[in-house]
Design a protein around this ligand. Structure first.
Ligand code: M6R
Length: 359
């Protein structure tokens, strides 16, 4: 498969995200799984679950963690995310629960094992995968495909964003308060264009990463929906740039990691324009006072963040529920450009395989 003029598959796949999002939205709202039904929830194996369990490994686990927060905001039943490689049994007993297993490849052994552990325990199953006919599709009651197209780079990028899109759509389909979610399809229609805007400003991102390549340790911090995105961003920095990077809830830094702050430990702070914004600004001030450089990712025009951070990478304003997608694109590009500057084998990091089919 060609790199389409890009230096690496990872960068090509990051740039394919607007189309991948568009196609995944079309699949989930209008796609073949719903054909012949009058209801948009036609493909769901259970329409009114009394509990939702989300499973995945690595990046797909981070999608599950996002799902825990997104669906908990939109549904009234318990929603739990679990890392598939550690899963033994559900915390919540269900009579008609829904387990959603996320796997780009559909072949991850740990995810398949976790799924098999839950089947027969009151949970109907939905697989979210990018690969048609993969093992996961044969293990579940129904499949929802992410339409990202083949992902060649070991690092998952476009498939993660598409997993997030399926979560917004699951929330839309499952929420009982229809008014509260009516805006989701419209917001998703404009999301590809917002991602394009982020992609078009990557020269600022290339500038920002200069100081990161010399770091001893990097923190990526967020609150609320920012936390799973911080974890995912840190995984990308470790995986492609080999930089020791931790994703952390901003409020937890003062419970120990403050000891690591200083000149050689830059911090990337994701400031979402939600109820956590002012706490994030407080965290930035606390971090600055301890000598670390802060690169913030925040809404364009947020002057207060610009006042306290050393540098701001702006993203277009959007619904706070969807903004984490844009922050994630910035982090993808940051990890990519760090890896490039450090001369890492970006598409094939050492010791890693695209799909982990062994326990
Ligand atoms: O194919 P899967 O989504 O099940 O793979 C799970 C993880 O191995 C995978 O997400 C991995 O963490 C990513 N390639 C990291 O970028």
């Amino acid at each position: 498969m060609s790199k389409g003029g890009f230096d690496h598959y990872m960068l090509k796949e990051i740039h394919e995200q607007p189309e991948a999002i568009r196609d995944t939205v079309a699949e989930s709202l209008l796609g073949p799984a719903t054909a012949g039904t009058s209801s948009p929830v036609g493909y769901l194996p259970v329409r009114d679950p009394d509990a939702v369990l989300l499973l995945g490994c690595g990046t797909s686990y981070h999608a599950a963690l996002m799902g825990e927060q997104i669906l908990s905001q939109l549904l009234t039943v318990p929603v739990t995310a679990r890392v598939a490689s550690e899963f033994q049994k559900p915390a919540v007993k269900a009579e008609q629960g829904l387990v959603v297993a996320f796997s780009q490849s559909g072949e991850t052994s740990d995810t398949l094992t976790a799924l098999r552990r839950i089947l027969g325990q009151g949970y109907a199953s939905l697989g979210v995968t990018n690969v048609m006919g993969s093992s996961i599709t044969r293990a579940v009651d129904a499949t929802l495909y992410t339409r990202a197209g083949p992902e060649v780079a070991v690092a998952s990028t476009k498939t993660f964003l598409c997993q997030l899109v399926t979560l917004y759509l699951l929330g839309f389909h499952l929420a009982t308060d229809r008014d509260a979610v009516s805006i989701i399809p419209q917001n998703l229609q404009v999301l590809p264009d917002l991602v394009r805007q982020v992609l078009s400003r990557d020269s600022a991102i290339q500038q920002a990463v200069r100081q990161l390549t010399k770091a001893e340790h990097i923190f990526i911090i967020g609150k609320g929906l920012g936390v799973p995105i911080a974890l995912e961003g840190a995984l990308k920095f470790k995986e492609v740039a080999y930089l020791p990077t931790e994703g952390y809830p901003a409020g937890e830094l003062k419970h120990g990691p403050f000891a690591l702050l200083g000149e050689k430990t830059p911090v990337i702070a994701m400031v979402l324009a939600d109820e956590h914004r002012s706490r994030m600004i407080t965290s930035i001030k606390e971090i600055k006072a301890r000598g670390s450089t802060v690169i913030a990712i925040a809404d364009r025009g947020d002057g207060e963040v610009a006042e306290f951070a050393d540098m701001v990478l702006p993203v277009p304003k959007t619904d706070p529920l969807l903004a984490p997608v844009l922050h994630n694109v910035v982090l993808q590009l940051m990890s990519y450009y760090c890896a490039r500057k450090l001369g890492c084998p970006i598409d094939r990091p050492r010791n890693l395989a695209k799909s982990v089919t062994v326990p």
